[in-house]
Design a protein around this ligand. Sequence first.
Ligand SMILES: Nc1ncnc2c1ncn2[C@@H]1O[C@H](COP(=O)(O)OP(=O)(O)OP(=O)(O)O)[C@@H](O)[C@H]1O
Length: 203
Amino acid sequence: MFPQNCKDVVPNHDSKPSPTTDAVKTLENITTQLDSDVSDKGGYWKEVPDELSEQKRLYNEVIELKGNIRVFCRFRPLNQTEISSGSGSVVGLESSLDSGLQVICSDSSKKQFKFDHVFGPEGNQEAVFAQTKPIVSSVLDGYNVCIFAYGQTGTGKTFTMEGTPKNRGVNFRRYELCVSMLEVNNEKTRDILVDNTNQPTKK
Ligand SMILES: Nc1ncnc2c1ncn2[C@@H]1O[C@H](COP(=O)(O)OP(=O)(O)OP(=O)(O)O)[C@@H](O)[C@H]1O
């Protein structure tokens, strides 16, 4: 579907002046690219009767263009024990980018790392979920998706994925699918996914 120059429409973090401007530009490029691909195929649209399927397909292609594997970095605020022991943070966000991380080494040299997105100590659960939401949506279109947290003990994996009852993490913010199956027999309905003994018969 996409020609070799499709990498031209993938965000280039090295040169982005502002994440929003870059994202809008990227989406514009993708739209232009898709229009051109569709017209190259000569009336391709006419062969696809279901607009919704087409919309989903384009949506998932945009997701793929952004990268099938995405790596986010999150660093938590110092906890009370770390503060009282006089520890300081050795990581910082690279101010010009939302994807850059700077680590100060023991010899005071600095190392830069780049990710698809970096969440600093102020990054809340909602912001983290917002970045995963587009990928989660693809599940509803039949795509297999895996989101996992990796890191040293105490760095916030459980907090990120599960969260707390008052501050839910990614797992609890996903879509919830509710399924029920009704049997209609002799003018009586019964939810066959619910245990019979606890379910009053409805007419
Ligand atoms: N972004 C954050 N903001 C505030 N508190 C956080 C954050 N991330 C983690 N914490 C807190 O830090 C502590 C350790 O986090 P958590 O238990 O999630 O780490 P973990 O990586 O799952 O550890 P382990 O591998 O040992 O299970 C918890 O008390 C958690 O509430």
